[in-house]
Design a protein around this ligand. Structure first.
Ligand code: PLP
Length: 390
């Protein structure tokens, strides 16, 4: 049975055109882009600068504002740790949300131990933040607001234009983790006053381990120190020999990626079929503005691990994170008010341009069958049917 890959918020298949663009830089064009004294080095350097232009064009910014690194996790660490260091005179207060990616939450936890005060905004049952709460939470000593563009688990899209305007009004830096939005929706940074933004190429059919950090050039320059010291690559902002093939792949991926809005209909039809055939399902963030490719569903009274184990040919994701060998319920669903039980029952299905209707229909049938069989054999489901549990 061929595998059906429905875990595109985790990572995506590389586009053939991206791979094709990268291959020469893994083979014959292997020069170090810092070695511009000779031809091979200059060719690599030119390829890096072309990729920088491709990223800049996509975001409608200047290439001078783009820095390559290993992706969103590195950017998040660079920005959060860096702003705390440089803006200590203004204050030590950061605002984020309870539903941010673990890269943000873990870094904030580390910074809290170093004396930084972090406010975690709450969300409603659809995962939405309250903009008035954000406004009220920004203080004189707030150095950074860190709020993602779209949530990796639920697909919930934050109103980044409004968040950016509020931060601009309050003269506070806004850092946007746009890892899940870039490629799925056009972002024009001419129109949205986001100060700092990041993404990883592997979420948009590019290679893994590469991404970019956008830092707006302002009259009062944003100061973020380098996280990694060493050579003077990326104007001294990010040391280490540039990964030319990956950078070329990142540029190509963002240049050719197009929103795949047809996926919305496929996703909605899948959800409709599931709701109509399977009792006791919860579609998360269903009433919110969601990414068209993402569906996050709890099949109550089951464990996502059981469902996934019975469907080894379908790549799905559960919201649970494994820590110390134990499964933790999704912090995102917890913040949205879900019980641990219902959170453990959640499966994320995330689509890409490489999924067609027949694949999704087949996967939907198999998920429905698996849930039905598991429930039929489950004493807990029997208790529910007998009205002994909710
Ligand atoms: N932020 C979001 C919203 C993500 O979805 C991810 C990846 O899952 C990351 C950050 C981290 O990206 P990477 O693992 O490429 O550094």
């Amino acid at each position: 049975m061929p595998d059906i890959y429905l875990d595109n918020n985790a990572t995506t298949k590389i586009d053939d055109k991206v791979l094709e663009a990268m291959l020469p830089y893994l083979q014959e064009l292997y020069g170090n882009p810092a070695s511009v004294q000779y031809r091979l080095g200059r060719i690599a350097s030119e390829a890096v600068e072309q990729a920088r232009e491709q990223v800049a064009n996509s975001l409608q910014v200047s290439a001078k504002e783009i820095f390559f690194n290993t992706g969103a996790t590195e950017s998040i660490n660079t920005v959060l740790r860096g702003t705390v260091e440089t803006y200590s005179r203004k204050g030590k207060h950061i605002i984020t949300a309870k539903t941010e990616h673990t890269a943000v939450l873990q870094t904030c936890e580390y910074l809290t131990k170093k004396g930084v005060e972090v406010t975690y905004l709450s969300v409603n049952k659809d995962g939405e933040i309250d903009l008035n709460e954000l406004k009220d939470t920004i203080r004189q000593d707030t150095i950074l607001v860190c709020l993602m563009a779209a949530n990796n688990e639920t697909g919930l899209i934050h109103p980044i234009e409004k968040i950016a305007s509020i931060c601009q009004e309050k003269d506070t830096l806004y850092f946007c983790d746009a890892t899940q939005l870039i490629g799925k929706q056009d972002i024009n940074l001419q129109d949205i006053p986001i100060d700092i933004l990041t993404f990883s190429a592997h979420k948009l059919h590019g290679p893994k381990g590469i991404g970019a950090l956008y830092i707006r050039r302002k009259r009062k320059p944003i100061q973020i120190p380098s996280l990694i010291s060493g050579g003077s690559q990326e104007k001294g902002f990010r040391a280490g020999t540039l990964n030319t093939p990956n950078i070329v792949g990142c540029g190509k991926a963002i240049e050719i990626v197009r929103p795949q809005k047809q996926l919305r209909e496929l996703r909605d039809n899948m959800e409709k079929r599931i709701i109509e055939t399977v009792p006791q399902v919860i579609i998360h963030a269903q009433n919110g503005n969601r990414l068209y490719n993402t569906s996050y569903i709890s099949f109550r009274h089951l464990k996502s691990a059981e469902i996934m184990t019975s469907l080894p040919h379908i790549a799905l994701s559960s919201g649970s994170a494994c820590s110390a060998g134990l499964l933790d319920p999704s912090h995102v669903l917890k913040a949205m008010g879900l019980s641990d039980e219902d959170s453990y029952a959640s499966i994320r299905i995330s689509l890409s341009k490489y999924n067609d209707k027949s694949q999704i229909d087949m996967a939907t049938s198999q998920i429905i069958d698996a849930v039905t069989v598991l429930r039929n054999n489950s004493p807990i489901w029997q208790l529910f049917l007998d009205g002994l549990i909710d």
